[in-house]
Design a protein around this ligand. Sequence first.
Ligand SMILES: NC(=O)c1ccc[n+]([C@@H]2O[C@H](COP(=O)([O-])OP(=O)(O)OC[C@H]3O[C@@H](n4cnc5c(N)ncnc54)[C@H](OP(=O)(O)O)[C@@H]3O)[C@@H](O)[C@H]2O)c1
Length: 306
Amino acid sequence: MRAFVKVESGVNGIEPAEVAVPRIDDDELLVRVKAVGVGIHDSYFLPGDAKYPFPIGIEAAGVVEQVGSDVSGHRPGDRVAFVSSMQPKGGTWAEYAAVKAGSLIVPVPAGLDFVEAAAVPVAGNTVLRAVKALEAVPTGGSLFIAGGSGAIGTLAIQVARTRGWRVGASASERNHDHMLSLGAEAVVDYHDPTWPEQIRRWMPGGADAAMAVQPHTSADSLSVVRDGGKLITISGDVVAPERNVRVEMVPHDTDVRGELTQLMTEIAQNEKRVEIERVYPFEEAQAALAKVQTRHARGKLVLRLD
Ligand SMILES: NC(=O)c1ccc[n+]([C@@H]2O[C@H](COP(=O)([O-])OP(=O)(O)OC[C@H]3O[C@@H](n4cnc5c(N)ncnc54)[C@H](OP(=O)(O)O)[C@@H]3O)[C@@H](O)[C@H]2O)c1
């Protein structure tokens, strides 16, 4: 099958390659991949026991081709979207992927195509877990999102609005109208050093919570949270709490399968939008990886396999 692989451990780039279709174990599904969500993590989320050449990638949408004898709840022909991470047999940048049955696998609802479905699992899962960690924010409360125009931010704005939260968000000016159209009411340009003051003018006393999506945004995001509020860091920034603001990483042990299924349904019914800046033919996967690594994609990038 065609795949994009790391040729060996430690190399930087990825290469197109012909590799064997993975053989599934009893607790796995074989999925024929139709579309792949591209993320900055794809080039470095590699299991220690990876077998090289190793197809990269952790999310996709496609059709179940085979199910292992211990698998229940999935059948050949099912349309699924999934996150499959750190699997030694390889990831999703390939025509087929072996997926553990216990992975985050959700049905693709009627009306949602594979390209849209592939754009949702990782960003949706991250947003929904972060929002769950902010459950104490009441309806009418406020959230600031540092990085409102990317894959996570564009979904986070919409999910926060559904919770009844007022949303402020940052990106460069060219993305401001877009964030406003998704439901943000205050937008700031992170290149302007006065942006924290602008957010404090929007929400005097500070926002109830902030989500620091992009790396190195947590310290400034903390400064716009009210005393006793909460900051969720999404990219691993380490920042010391102050003024009784709780600082937490996005929780990894929260099960949001039900909420992710619901989100996919809402997107299928045009109640929410999944932003996709560009769909690349599979052959152009290296260009998609290079683009996402700039950290300036609007929404998601997706690879399509024909
Ligand atoms: N913890 C988890 O479970 C988890 C899961 C997935 C991803 N992540 C992390 O989340 C990050 C990726 O998020 P993503 O997929 O949403 O990113 P993304 O799609 O690459 O975000 C790109 C957008 O961010 C904006 N941006 C870039 N730098 C910014 C800054 N300093 N402040 C505000 N906006 C900025 C850009 O807007 P402009 O073009 O206007 O600058 C662009 O539209 C990665 O660091 C990844 O490691 C964590």
